[in-house]
Each structure stands twice: as structure tokens, then as C-alpha cells.
Design a protein around this ligand. Structure first.
Ligand code: DGL
Length: 274
């Protein structure tokens, strides 16, 4: 059965970072209501095994589906990298991840077909971006670098700090040596580092923001499926849920979202139904 187009879109992430995807969704789909789940009690996903990430992602999805949503967006790159097939097998509504849209845009932008990817250790280990790129262009070269220190730096607000610059230079040097002309920011937190990254990569490297690409592709698909909300005059709402205390999330949310959040609700995720 086709979902009701008036229902909200469900978005989930391992924590707060997925709000960068919500921000972009709000920009391209300003009338859509969004229910967000940040699994703040179990963040980070980026250091965890594929099985654990997949189980967590299925529990996150189940919770949102119980809230009645018309589609799901897996904002977390790590969860998209590992869990998308399991989610699509288990649940029958439209489910969108961040990997494919980012890979497609990178292929459109690259001229020398040498593409860099930065992400969590788990995302890099999955080779999800590499596979998505190489199945579309066998001759493309993909170089990946795990950047585990960037998530905590962003969460501490050190976006323009000397320490962040030094660490970014360290992570990006091997990629620049490979003469990439396109770099995928393959993690929810990295859009906040776009300026700092751009200062190091300079103009000759195109930056691909996975949050932006995902939102554009969700908008396109919802239109295709005739699932865009018919309420096109009122501003969409955002209902955020987290699995740990709300204070830290609410304090940081504006930085990721660009505007303050409504009240956040703490929830306990029910066990996965077999
Ligand atoms: N949301 C994660 C991602 O985009 C980053 C934070 C984490 O490791 O859970 O991969």
C-alpha cells in the first residue's frame, strides 16, 4: 500500500550529526514535517562492527515507522554504508541513504576520475562509496581516509581551531598526494568543516556534501513517487527524539541545524520485532 503523502518523513542518525541532513531537507522541502531520531545513547556508530550498526539501524527505523512516517532517510553515513540492504529487506516503505547520492554527484563533478572519500573508520572499511562509484565508472579511482578525530572536534565546536586545521592537514595530505579533484564529505559532521577543508584543498578540489546530495535526491524521489505533502503553504515542523538525555542534544542542535529545535523527547527504543 502506498504511504499517505501527508505523513512526516522519518530521519535517523547515530546522534546529532544527522541534523545537517535535516537542515538540507528543510531547505529543499520546506513544507515537509520531519520526525528525527538521534541514537545519542549508543553514538558513535563509526567505531562499531557491521552487525551492531545494522541492528541499531533496524531498531531506529522500527521506532520511526511506529510513529507513522511516509519514508525513511538514513542520515548517518555509517548506517547507510552497512545497513541499507537489511533495512530495505525488512521494511516496505521508501528508504533513502546518503551514499548513492554522494557517489553520483562526485562522478558528475570529477574531471580526472580521481575521487577522495573521508568518513568514519567503519564507513571507510565498508567501501560503500568505492563500490557505488566503481559500479558506475569502472575506471574511476577512489582513495579513502578514515578521520576518527573529526567528529569529536566538530561536537566540541572547534570548527576553526588550529588543532582542527593540523588534524585536517594530516588526514587530507595522502588524498591530495593522489591528486584527487573531488572529495566526498562522507560523514554527517563534515559539512560543518567545509570551510576549513576548503582552505586546505583549495579551489582545484570540488567538495561533495553528502547531506546536500541526499536531500536533493530525497526531494526528487518523493516527487516521483507522488509522496510530497499536499500542504504546500505551511512551514514543516521538526519533532526530535533522542535515546539519551536531551540537554546536550538541545545545546548543540542549533550549530548543526542552523536554527533552534523545538522541545526534544527522550525515548527508549523497543527491541526489534522478529
Ligand atoms: N553519524 C556518523 C556518520 O555519519 C558519525 C558519528 C558516529 O560515528 O556515529 O557516519
Amino acid at each position: 500500500m502506498k504511504p499517505d503523502s501527508q505523513l512526516p518523513i522519518g530521519v535517523f542518525d547515530s546522534g546529532i550529526g544527522g541534523l545537517t541532513v535535516v537542515r538540507e531537507l528543510h531547505r529543499v522541502l520546506p513544507n515537509e514535517d520531519i520526525i528525527y531520531l538521534g541514537d545519542t545513547a549508543r553514538v558513535p556508530y563509526g567505531t562499531k562492527s557491521p552487525d551492531t550498526v545494522t541492528r541499531f539501524a533496524c531498531e531506529d527505523a522500527q521506532f520511526l515507522i511506529q510513529q507513522k512516517v511516509k519514508a525513511l532517510v538514513v542520515a548517518c553515513n555509517t548506517a547507510s554504508a552497512w545497513a541499507l540492504p537489511a533495512l530495505q529487506q525488512r521494511f516496505s516503505l521508501p528508504i533513502f541513504g546518503v551514499i548513492l547520492p554522494g557517489a553520483r554527484v562526485a562522478l558528475e563533478k570529477t574531471r580526472n576520475r580521481r575521487i577522495g572519500v573521508i568518513g568514519t573508520a567503519s564507513t571507510v572499511r565498508s567501501k560503500a562509496y568505492t563500490n557505488a562509484i566503481r559500479t558506475r565508472d569502472e575506471g574511476a579511482k577512489v582513495f579513502s581516509e578514515a578521520c576518527p578525530l573529526l567528529v569529536p572536534l566538530v561536537e566540541e565546536g572547534l570548527l576553526d581551531h588550529a588543532a582542527t586545521r593540523i588534524i585536517l592537514e594530516e588526514y587530507l595530505r595522502p588524498l591530495l598526494r593522489k591528486q584527487i579533484d573531488t572529495l566526498i564529505l562522507g560523514c554527517t559532521h563534515y559539512p560543518l568543516l567545509k570551510k576549513a577543508i576548503g582552505k586546505i584543498t583549495k579551489r582545484n578540489v570540488a567538495l561533495v556534501d553528502s547531506a546536500e546530495c541526499c536531500a536533493a535526491s530525497v526531494a526528487e524521489s518523493l516527487a516521483q513517487f507522488k509522496l510530497l505533502t499536499p500542504q504546500n503553504t505551511r512551514k514543516g515542523t521538526l519533532r526530535p527524539y533522542v535515546t539519551d538525555d536531551t540537554e546536550r542534544f538541545e545545546a548543540m542542535a542549533e550549530r548543526f541545524l542552523g536554527f533552534p529545535t523545538e522541545q526534544t523527547w527522550k525515548v527508549e527504543l523497543p527491541a526489534l520485532k522478529e
